[in-house]
Design a protein around this ligand. Structure first.
Ligand code: ADP
Length: 324
């Protein structure tokens, strides 16, 4: 199903994110991609969903030559894959159910199909009793479930989950894994990117370990990898890596927060670069701060006469901002 042939990605002269990767994943497989921070996991995902190009090599998804997909066909290509991102990208002003429905609405599915599919998916991820809650009212595990249900909405051939158990307590993490297992048993290929080696060890599935852009091991079983021919103490390594990255991330987030606040104080809504007419509509209805916009309710949307298209424009702009 997926074939990476001699793929290299170099971001700048000294950052080789992927180094001559050869990797094949079969349809209906369940595989983990593991490795410390900076190993190249996200880059692999970005290349697969054609968010970026390799400097060298070929990537195939079934018969599709991913590197050479024409730009206008990329969105159709991506509909074949369900992806859950690390930051989930849920629409904050929509309930769990509406978040799933939205994925079906944008592919123009008929109303009754949207209803039936959404109900089926909410049951599959065991979220029926929370369907009317907004993302901010849900726990981390429940939000992850919404993201999985939404990713499955258009019946993708593969589900790619980026850190599906990141920051979850062990019970919720196992519940999410159970859902991924069920999805896989129903015939969907599952690729999970993680550095949670506890859960990987419990699953006894294929584990592809990346380190410094190279595949250092690929076998069924647990999370272990070999360095210079010797098995290393992975628990210790991962802990040290995590501490280092956490410290760095904390400092980065702090700096970013201060910068963002300063920018927002100037003119918050304009950061989103919305069309002039939509920006005016929002300002006229007093959605003049980013927080207010994120708390927008269905009622507000109706009152301000914000169309589906405009809602989509806002969602896309927020997602873009988050990415930045
Ligand atoms: P992982 O997901 O395993 O943490 P990444 O794929 O994000 O690893 O990163 C692999 C390497 O590429 C890291 O050294 C990272 O700093 C670098 N990198 C990732 N994205 C970019 C980018 N847009 N520009 C420059 N370097 C990048």
């Amino acid at each position: 199903m997926i074939d990476f042939k001699n793929v290299t990605k170099i971001y700048s002269e000294n950052i080789v994110a992927l180094d001559s990767i050869n990797l094949a994943i079969q349809a209906k497989e369940f595989a983990f991609i593991v490795g410390p921070s900076g190993a190249g996991k996200s880059t692999l995902l970005k290349l697969l969903i054609r968010q970026d190009f390799p400097n060298q090599g070929e990537i195939y998804f079934e018969d599709i030559d991913v590197v050479n997909i024409p730009k206008k066909l990329i969105s159709i290509y991506r509909q074949q894959m369900g992806v859950t991102f690390q930051d989930l990208k849920l629409i904050e002003c929509r309930t769990a159910r509406e978040n799933v429905e939205f994925a079906l609405e944008i592919t123009n599915k008929p109303r009754n199909e949207i209803h039936d599919t959404t109900q089926y998916l909410l049951e599959l991820v065991n979220l029926k009793d929370r369907e009317d809650l907004l993302p901010k009212q849900l726990s981390g595990g429940e939000k992850q479930k919404v993201a999985i249900a939404r990713a499955l909405a258009n019946d993708p051939k593969i589900l790619i989950a980026d850190e599906p158990t990141g920051n979850l307590d062990p019970y919720s993490a196992l519940e999410i894994l159970d859902i991924l297992k069920t999805v896989n048993s129903l015939g969907t290929t599952v690729l999970a990117i993680t550095h949670d080696h506890d859960i990987v060890n419990k699953m006894k599935k294929r584990v592809i370990a990346l380190e410094k852009g190279k595949i250092v091991s690929d076998e069924i079983g647990g999370y272990k990898y070999i360095k210079g021919g010797e098995k290393i103490d992975i628990e210790k390594e991962v802990k040290e890596q995590k501490e280092k990255t956490d410290n760095k991330e904390e400092k980065k987030t702090e700096k970013k927060g201060i910068k963002k606040k300063k920018k927002e104080e100037k003119n918050e809504i304009s950061i989103l670069k919305l069309s002039k007419s939509l920006e005016k509509k929002l300002l006229d209805n007093k959605f003049d701060t980013f927080d207010k916009l994120l708390d927008i309710t269905e009622e507000d949307i109706e009152k301000a006469k914000i169309t589906q298209k405009q809602l989509e424009e806002i969602t896309k702009a927020i997602a873009k901002l988050k990415e930045k």
